[in-house]
Write a protein that binds this ligand. Sequence first.
Ligand code: ALA
Length: 386
Amino acid sequence: MRQIYMDNSSTSFPKAPDLGKVMGEHIDQLGLNLGRGGYSPAIHLEQIAVETKEKLCDFFNGPHSRNVIFTSGATAGLNMVINGLLSPGDRVVTTCLEHNAVARPLHALSTYGVQNIRWERLPAEPDGNLDVDAFNKLLTTDTKMLLVTHASNVSGSLVPLCSLAKICKERNIFFVADAAQTAGSQPIDMKGLGLDGLVVAGHKGLLGPQGIGAMILTDRLASQMRPTVLGGTGSKSDLLDMPEYLPDRFEPGTLNIPGIVGLNHALDFLASQGLQAIRSHKDALARTFLEGLSVIHGVQSFGQAADVPRESVFSLVFKNMDQAEAAFRLERDFGILTRSGLHCAPLAHQTLGTFPGGSVRFSFGCFTTVADVDAALSAIAKIAKS
Ligand code: ALA
C-alpha cells in the first residue's frame, strides 16, 4: 500500500531534495563551530550563517539580516518574545486560535507568580473568522503587544495581518506574528505590513530540518526585549552583560549549524520553485479537497471555504466515531497519515466547538498531489459510511 503523508502541519515531508545529503556532508567535512575560532573554516561557516539570514530577511522582507535571530524553532522564538518583552502590569492580546506555544507561556505569566500580566483573547466565529472591529475595541493604548498566529494549525483560517497591523501602528502597540504554519506557504512582507516581529519554524513550509527556526525583530522591538537565555556569544567576552547589539544579544551558545546549513539549502530550493507556484498548487488542492468533502456525508469539516484565502490545513470530525479511531483506520486501511486530537491548540478547538474530542487533521504540503487528495477523499467517504 502506498503511504500518503498528510501531516505537513506537524512537519513537512519530504523535505527539500538532498537536504540530508547536504547536512551530512557539512557534518562530515566542516562540522566546526562559528563565531568562536578565527581560522578560515570557521569564517567560512560564519559566511554561510550570514547568507542564510540574508535569504530569510529577503524572503520575509525583514529590516536587516542582523535582525534575524536563529532559534531552535517557533516555540523557542515565541517564548523569547513573550518572556523577553512583557513586564509586570502589561496587557497582551491574542486571538483565540493560538497554539500552546503562545497560550502556555501567556497562561503561566498571567496566572502564576507575581507577573500580573493581563492576557486577553479575541473570540472568533466557528469558521475561524476574526472580527477586526472587536479587535479595534480590545486594542486599547495600554496594550503592549498583539501576538497572533498567521494561520490556525487546526482550521487553516488566515488571520488578517494587514488590518490588524494598521490598528497596532495607530496605537503604538508591538505587533508580532506566529508564522509557524505559513512561512514558506503564504507571502509575508514584514516591512509592508509593519510587523515588529515574525517567528518562523524551519521544518514546516520552509522545508528545512527540525531544530532550526528564526525570529525576525525590528530594532524597535528588540530594544525593548530582555534576553531570556544568556551565555557566551564569542563577542564582548570581557563583559558579564550580554552584548547590546543584534543578533548576539539573543543568540548565546552554540547554534544548530547543521540546521542552518540545511535551512540555507532549503531556502534555495524554495526560491527555485517560487512561493507563488507553491501557493497556487496548494490552493488547487484545497479546492479539490473541499469540493470533494461537500458531497460526503457523515463527516463535518471546519474552517473557511476554498474561495477564501486559507492554509491547506483541514480539520474533520467523523460523526459517531472516536477521531483517533478514524485516523487509525486512515493509516491501517488506506496508508494515509494524519494527526488526530487537539493539535496542541485547545483554544482553537474550543472556538470551533470540537473540544475536547478534537478532530482528524489533513495538512497538505508542496509535494502533495491531486492523486493523494483524491485517495484521501475516497478513504474519508468509506470510513464515514461504515
Ligand atoms: N504545531 C505542530 C502541529 O500543529 C506540531 O502539528
